[in-house]
Design a binder for this molecule. Structure first.
Ligand code: ADP
Ligand code: MG
Length: 312
């Protein structure tokens, strides 16, 4: 007999122990209960991944479970919040136990490594759609926002490879590349920059995570902060894989326009530069003239890019 909805939740999505002391009641009641410590605010985010839109049909379920959680933790990281709990809404076309086993393992292994509890969710039948709501704590008034960048601030990105994930997607679509193993790993198993987000909370003036590409995401900081910026293409942290791709194809904009790097982009005032204590690269500067420009080989040009748009 097929497993029931409650059997499914019990078997795959109920962890025996709550690990984070914020969580007072987890899966199994009508609501979860959380107790927010004095002096903290709750940061809340939700993201949905739809089969055929955000991931390929037949995607590896373990990687998918991990990535679904990672992209939500990345949003918390961008606010400087420490993740504590998540809820999971699953719409499944069928009950496939081996798929559920692998998916929940990918999801729960990453949750465990961040001491995040899965405290509730919803399970329904329909086209494969995966939604996670993630919650994190941030000291009152200390959350990093998009709106704090000031003229003269320097722009940084974490990590060492903008565009690696985008190149991984191209490899999935048939592009052949000497470094395919590396870029596929970046595409399928991104690491959310949680500890970096918490560290830079001390000195960053604004922050965003890179889900759509620097050229699409940085303008959100620029718009909210009413400033502009020039990026220095030569300073972008690029892996051997992306450097080789740009040399072979001439597609120099790819590391700026490809999505899913899940690095943090943040700004720091010149007076606070000595405080920086994470691996990051300065890639540009905030300027009074609105808009985003790129300096490359001595020329400065406007970069008009729009990220992925669901409804156009
Ligand atoms: P209700 O009908 O009261 O909303 P449900 O029958 O949907 O409750 O869910 C029963 C319990 O299982 C609830 O605690 C809910 O949060 C949890 N739950 C349901 N689906 C999931 C899931 N995919 N992952 C984690 N918890 C889940
Ligand atoms: Mg329900």
């Amino acid at each position: 007999m097929a497993i029931s909805e409650f059997g499914l939740i019990q078997r795959f999505f109920t962890t025996p122990l709550i690990v984070n002391p914020v969580n007072k009641l987890g899966v199994g009641d009508d609501c979860a209960l959380m107790s927010i410590p004095d002096g903290y605010e709750l940061a809340v985010t939700v993201d949905t991944m739809v089969e055929g839109v955000h991931f390929f049909a037949g995607a590896n379920p373990r990687q998918l479970g991990r990535k679904l959680l990672a992209v939500n933790l990345s949003d918390l990281a961008a606010m400087g919040a420490a993740p504590v709990s998540v809820t999971l809404a699953l719409t499944l076309p069928e009950v496939n136990e081996s798929w559920l086993q692998a998916f929940s393992q990918g999801f729960l292994d990453l949750a465990k490594s961040y001491s995040v509890d899965l405290v509730g969710g919803d399970t329904t039948k329909g086209p494969l759609t995966l939604t996670v709501q993630a919650m994190g704590l941030v000291p009152k008034g200390k959350a990093l926002k998009r709106s704090g960048a000031k003229v003269g601030d320097l722009i940084f990105v974490t990590g060492s490879g903008l565009g690696d994930s985008g190149l991984g997607l191209k490899v999935e679509q048939g592009y052949s590349c000497e470094y395919s193993e590396w870029v596929l790993q970046k595409f399928h198993t991104p690491d959310p920059r949680v500890s970096e987000g918490i560290e830079i909370r001390q000195y960053a003036s604004s922050c965003i995570d890179l889900s759509d590409g620097l050229a699409s995401d940085l303008p959100h900081i620029l718009g909210k902060s009413s400033v502009g910026a020039t990026l220095d293409w030569g300073k972008l942290p690029l892996s051997k894989a992306v450097k080789q791709y740009v040399e072979l194809t001439g597609d120099w904009a790819m590391p700026l326009t490809a999505g899913e790097d899940y690095e943090l982009c943040f700004t720091v005032a010149p007076a606070d530069l000595d405080a920086i204590n994470i691996e990051c690269t300065q890639v540009g500067v905030i300027e009074p003239l609105e808009g985003l420009r790129v300096r490359r080989m001595g020329n400065v040009g406007e970069l008009e890019v729009t990220g992925f748009e669901h409804f156009c």
